[in-house]
Design a binder for this molecule. Structure first.
Ligand SMILES: *Cc1c(COP(=O)(O)O)cnc(C)c1O
Length: 523
């Protein structure tokens, strides 16, 4: 039996854990739980009220004639049902979340406390502006930070996710081209092969055509190909480039790329989702960027994913600022804040409105709390620590896994599957990580790397966490290199084993249907 330093046993000695079957279906203290339709009955209810007296229906002929068939549970059963389900969720507050590209970092509790202050949490977007001056001031202060950190003159605060911010930037570019009388002729947008899928999707959504540029052997934009693509210039609308890119690498030719695009008459859209790698160190405005979204939920914390909120303010250059979406906050000379909501006056050239109100207020509060609690020097350290952590992982694992590219990375470490034995795939490694208690890293993305494994530790993880994670991944990688077939069956310890993920995504079963023979009146 193995013992920890306090003499407590740390692992069972006998049967392999995955072989143990329990009568209840629970495993240890992780409770098995059926669907609410399976455990509840329409006869049960959490309340016990007397039937109302003298009740006359007011629904006329449309009153329901059969029971709803909805399952009922007593209150403690209901509480347990949802508590048990919640424990099936993996969360950043539970363990390390090494997803690359998504930037899952710890969200300080201070952010939550600030977002719940009544002056921010309890206000309504239709309140008179005079009663929400503090909230408008907060939006304006956050906007000032974002403009300062990027060295850009304008920011559209309303987009509600990274992809939405891309849409804002590309619509501003389209509007600028229309204003130049070139809306119909300049349709081609260059997009590197390593781009996040949202980039080409956004370009197409705005009516542009995507022209793909390959990556070179260093994982950066192939400059010869870019120059060849720019031999013809009269149809170029712009480029959508991610920096640092989705291979976790800084685009070293970025200034030349900006110059080439501008000389061709196009605009430079920069996908700023990876801003956490350079915040406080690099100002995208200095690189010739015309538009860039910032994922507040990635760079400045805020829990996201699984449908959680996003916020994608988009900074714009002087050339694009007139076309920014409404609404935006302005500070008047008398110190009063107001919202420019209509497309006249200073917003007369705006491309329009993207959201019903003013953006994602709760996230503005969290982002500003993150920014203020770090300060300018702290934000610089955010970028440095994010890059240090990623390089620590890359260095620890490069002797057992195959780095996708040579040299140092920025905020994420990227490996290919070249080290695995025949028959063992990236998927098997990811599933084995679940048995080790980790959410898998991003797999098979970016597409330019075979069997890609993209790991982003972020600045908020400690060395101890990274060491533990690397020890797990190193042991799995060694098994993968030796062709250990047991990997094909992982995960063994999770409540569900291998799921048909493609079918689940393409043909999701979203509605419960009673098993044959059971009559349920649910409508
Ligand atoms: C996350 C991400 C996006 C999209 O952002 P959402 O907030 O998920 O819409 C775009 N580009 C890159 C590189 C990203 O990592």
């Amino acid at each position: 039996m193995t013992m920890n330093t306090q003499g407590r046993p740390t692992a069972p000695t006998s049967t392999s854990v995955s072989d143990i079957e329990t009568v209840s279906g629970s495993r240890g203290l992780l409770q098995a739980e059926g669907l609410i339709f399976e455990i509840g009955t329409s006869e049960t209810t959490g309340v016990d009220l007397p039937a109302p007296k003298n009740r006359t229906g007011r629904l006329g002929g449309v009153a329901r004639k059969v029971p709803t068939g909805l399952p009922g549970l007593s209150e403690p059963e209901m509480v347990r049902h949802y508590m048990r389900l919640s424990q099936r969720n993996y969360a950043i507050d539970l363990g390390f979340f090494p997803l690359g590209s998504c930037t899952m970092k710890h969200n300080p509790r201070l952010n939550e406390k600030m977002a719940r202050l009544p002056g921010f949490g309890d206000i309504h977007p239709m309140q008179p502006q005079a009663t929400v001056q503090g909230a408008l001031e907060l939006i304006d202060e956050l906007a000032t930070w974002l403009k300062t950190l990027t060295n850009m003159p304008f920011v559209a605060m309303s987009p509600k996710a990274g992809a939405h911010g891309e849409l804002a930037g590309m619509l501003a570019i389209r509007q600028a081209l229309i204003a130049r009388g070139e809306g119909e002729t300049r349709k081609r947008v260059l997009v590197p092969a390593s781009a996040h899928g949202t980039n080409p999707a956004t370009a197409v959504q705005c009516g542009f055509e995507v022209d793909e540029i390959k990556a070179n052997a260093r994982g950066r934009v192939d400059m010869d190909m870019l120059r060849a693509k720019l031999e013809r210039t009269d149809d170029v609308a712009g480029i959508m480039l991610t920096n640092p890119n989705t291979c976790g690498l800084f685009e070293t030719d970025i200034k030349e790329i900006a110059d080439l695009i501008h000389a061709a008459g196009g605009y430079f859209y920069c996908d700023g989702a990876n801003f956490n790698a350079i915040v406080g160190r690099v100002r995208p405005g200095d690189l010739g960027v015309d538009a860039m979204h910032i994922n507040l939920h990635k760079t400045f914390s805020t829990p996201h994913g699984g449908g959680g909120p996003g916020s994608g303010p988009t900074v714009l250059s002087q050339a694009l600022a007139p076309y920014a979406p409404v609404p935006f906050v302005v500070k008047n000379e008398d110190g009063v804040y107001s919202l420019v909501e209509d497309m006249d006056g200073e917003a007369s050239e705006s491309f329009g409105r993207m959201v019903a109100f003013h953006g994602q207020m709760g996230m503005f509060v969290r982002a500003l709390a993150y920014i203020l609690s770090h300060g300018a020097d702290g934000l610089k350290q955010v970028a440095e620590d994010a890059v240090l952590n990623a390089n620590y992982i890359a260095a620890k694992l490069k002797h057992v896994m195959t780095p996708a590219f040579e040299g140092y990375c920025m905020h994420e470490a990227l490996f290919s599957d070249a080290f695995t034995a025949d028959g063992i795939e990236t998927l098997d490694i990811a599933k084995a990580l679940i048995d080790e208690g980790y959410h898998p890293m991003t797999m098979y993305f970016p597409l330019v790397v075979h069997g890609a494994m993209l790991i982003e530790p972020t600045e908020t993880e400690s060395k101890a966490t990274l060491d533990q994670f690397c020890a797990s991944l190193e042991s799995i990688a060694r098994r993968a290199a030796q062709g250990d077939e047991t990997l094909k069956g992982a995960p063994y310890l999770a409540p569900a084993r291998r799921l048909d993920e493609t079918r689940a995504a393409r043909k999701p079963v979203l509605k419960w249907t009673a098993p044959e023979g059971e009559t349920v009146a649910a409508e």
